[in-house]
Design a protein around this ligand. Structure first.
Ligand code: F6R
Length: 334
């Protein structure tokens, strides 16, 4: 698992080398990205990147329900690593029944068959990985598609630079991972709840970190995002009943307001006997910062699993849910 994370630069590079291979034509007003879990998070990343440097609004759908506003002016992209996630399949079927032609991104599965049957643009992902470790392939594939189709959020040269950053930062990142993992591991023996705290626009990264610790380390994690945190969560600390925290504070050092907001949160956490670790994001662009943070948090989740003697790759309860999902949704398993 750790090895798969360490190969992220290679994964990203292979998409960057083929930048321009896939494109869609059409006059779109918005991008809608459908997907769940480790695939759906790619939508969150593209949404925040687009808000920073893109030209179109990006909506993220993590559900079987497609919003009513979606029509032929929506560039619909369905991403599912396995290609078999029921919610994503149902959303795609719904889109097809509305006469739309979603782009499919998967490593195979039922979604690939659907793409073939309905003549949809299909972007293949490398096989033999797990959804969460395929983040670079999924993210860069969609960024490349958008850039090549005239809806650029990230250019090929920015993507190239971000690969160089990953290659450069991997070694120094490993000592950050060790330090962070030790703090979190110690905290588990003191029954500390892990909090990932950050400032906007990094909420997708905090969410990704939570998911990584959930899935790799089998741990419950809370996400706190400033400045919204100052308008509700903070009050929860006023009359606290004996809870202790290990807090991972994710900070963009170039964002002076963000730094001060997280410092404000830090002071509140510390009043409650919390242990805090500040993860400063390296990189120049938002894409680079998101990738750097994702790499550190993914590796930390996998290392924490190793310390706990847990297999980070196995996600038994997701498998169980996926078996029952057909019954829950009242659909015959094909
Ligand atoms: C992440 C993971 C899950 C899946 C989710 C959807 O590694 O295993 O979060 O991503 O269950 O499955 P896919 O990505 O195959 O559509």
């Amino acid at each position: 698992m750790i090895d798969m994370y360490l190969k992220w630069p290679l994964q990203a590079r292979s998409v960057v080398e083929n930048w321009g291979k896939y494109r869609v034509s059409g006059d779109f007003n918005e991008v809608v990205i459908v997907g769940m879990g480790g695939s759906g998070i790619v939508g969150d990343y593209i949404q925040v990147l687009s808000a920073s440097t893109g030209s179109l609004p990006v909506y993220v759908v993590k559900s079987h329900l497609l919003p009513g506003f979606i029509d032929e002016k929506s560039l619909l992209i369905a991403v599912s690593y396995s290609g078999n996630t029921l919610e994503t399949l149902l959303a795609v079927e719904n889109a097809i029944s509305r006469g739309l032609k979603p782009v499919i991104v998967s490593s195979g599965g039922l979604l690939r068959s659907k793409a073939e049957k309905h003549g949809l643009l299909y972007i293949p992902l490398p096989q033999g990985l797990l959804p969460r470790v395929s983040l670079p392939s999924m993210l860069y594939s969609i960024l490349a598609l958008l850039d090549s189709s005239g809806y650029s959020i990230v250019t090929s040269s920015e993507a190239r630079d971000s690969v160089v950053l990953m290659e450069r930062e991997i070694n120094s990142g490993l000592s950050v991972v060790d330090e962070l993992t030790k703090l979190l591991y110690r905290g588990l023996f003191e029954n500390r709840l892990i909090i990932i705290a950050t400032h906007t626009p990094l909420e997708a990264l905090a969410l990704r970190g939570k998911n990584e610790f959930n899935e790799n380390s089998k741990i419950i994690v809370k996400v706190d995002v400033a400045p919204e945190w100052m308008h509700n969560d903070i009050v929860g600390y006023e009359a606290l009943v004996s809870l202790k925290y290990s807090v991972v504070e994710i900070v963009d050092p170039g964002d002076t307001v963000g730094v001060k907001l997280v410092k404000f949160m830090d002071e509140v956490y510390r009043q409650h006997d919390s242990e805090t670790y500040t993860l400063y994001l390296n990189g120049e662009t938002l894409l680079e910062k998101l990738l750097y943070g994702s790499l550190i948090l993914g590796l930390a989740g996998a290392k924490l699993a190793a310390l706990r003697g847990i297999d980070p790759a196995e996600t038994r309860s997701i498998v169980q849910y996926k078996k029952q999902a057909y019954t829950i949704f009242g659909i015959e398993n094909k």
